[in-house]
Design a protein around this ligand. Structure first.
Ligand SMILES: [Zn+2]
Length: 307
């Protein structure tokens, strides 16, 4: 695999025109040389004068690395796709569509907004197939709505959207929008994201957690006892609370307003980037996802009901 670690100055030199971008996409997609999409043949010629066009000598199929991909239908230059992907992958607290529009000199806000959502989608695609959280897992909920982001059950729940966060201590993060903090919802979130074989799972004493988690995990379930200091027993939900703060900084500092309809996508983005904070190849892996996964259509993105 030709995955690369890159800096912004390197980006500006190595990917400053569409030919260079396309050559890199070819490397990523076909590390052993181009393959015909129709017959899988490997005897491929370049069509004279048009570097990007390839021809299969076996079946005469003509193709390019971007044909039938997200990049093909787009009117945006590959250089802008590359920079937008880089900025989204590298911005720990997220980057707004408005900022992408301004920084990259993209004509309309809608174009920038759609671009960001497609990159976000490609970045996080495949997360659902990853192993569930294991080791020591902390679980807690947060409330998001209007301009206020609250932590804990006392933060006020009127007109707010509830999210449940689950994190491995020192490891990965998952966050989901839930209709309410009821035991069925907690059970569902845990079932989907937490391995039944965790070493320990920790929550606070809120009533929705206790019977659900005690029933499922037995003695491996521990609840925070606020009368005992953190340093004394390590039973706390500090990690998950810190992740909520990260989300909050993204919403307040970068995105400013996140609609409930799209909130889950932002949660996926924050979780994904956080979980891969030690992965230096995020940029090239996201590019490869953009090349190889079904694109998110504008219709799907803007339909009334959240995907
Ligand atoms: Zn062929």
């Amino acid at each position: 695999m030709s995955h690369i670690q890159t800096s912004l100055p390197d980006m500006l030199v190595n990917f400053n025109n569409d030919d260079k971008c396309r050559a890199y996409l070819e490397q990523l997609r076909w590390p052993d040389g181009p393959v015909c999409p129709k017959c899988k043949g490997k005897d491929i010629a370049r069509i004279g004068g048009r570097e990007e066009m390839l021809r299969c000598k076996d079946c005469e199929q003509q193709f390019s690395v971007t044909v039938n991909t997200i990049f093909h239908d787009s009117h945006l230059a590959l250089t802008k796709w590359f920079l937008a992907t880089y900025l989204i992958c590298e911005s720990k607290k997220g980057v707004s569509a408005l900022q992408i529009q301004r920084v990259l000199g993209i004509g309309g806000y809608k174009t920038a907004w759609y671009l960001c959502h497609r990159i976000r989608e490609a970045m996080t695609r495949g997360t659902a197939a990853e192993p569930k959280l294991s080791g020591i897992v902390e679980i807690d909920d947060a409330y998001i709505g209007g301009k206020k982001v609250g932590l804990g059950h006392q933060a006020g729940r009127d007109n707010k959207t509830v999210i449940v966060g689950m994190t491995e201590r020192g490891g990965r993060l998952r966050m989901v929008v839930v209709p309410s903090v009821k035991k069925e919802e907690i059970a569902k979130a845990v079932q989907m994201h937490v391995s039944p074989n965790v070493e320990m799972i920790i929550s606070d004493e809120f009533k929705a957690y206790v019977p659900t988690l005690a029933g499922k995990f037995g003695k491996r379930y521990r609840r925070v006892n606020h009368s005992v200091a953190f340093s004394e027993n390590g039973i706390n939900t500090n990690s998950v609370e810190n992740r909520f703060s990260l989300l909050k900084r993204g919403i307040i500092g970068s995105w400013h307003h996140v609609s409930v309809k799209h909130l889950q996508r932002y949660l996926e983005e924050v979780s994904f980037r956080f979980s891969r904070r030690a992965n230096p190849y995020l940029f090239s892996e996201t590019l490869l996802n953009l090349l190889t996964t079904d694109p998110l259509t504008f219709k799907a993105l803007t339909k009334k009901k959240a995907a």
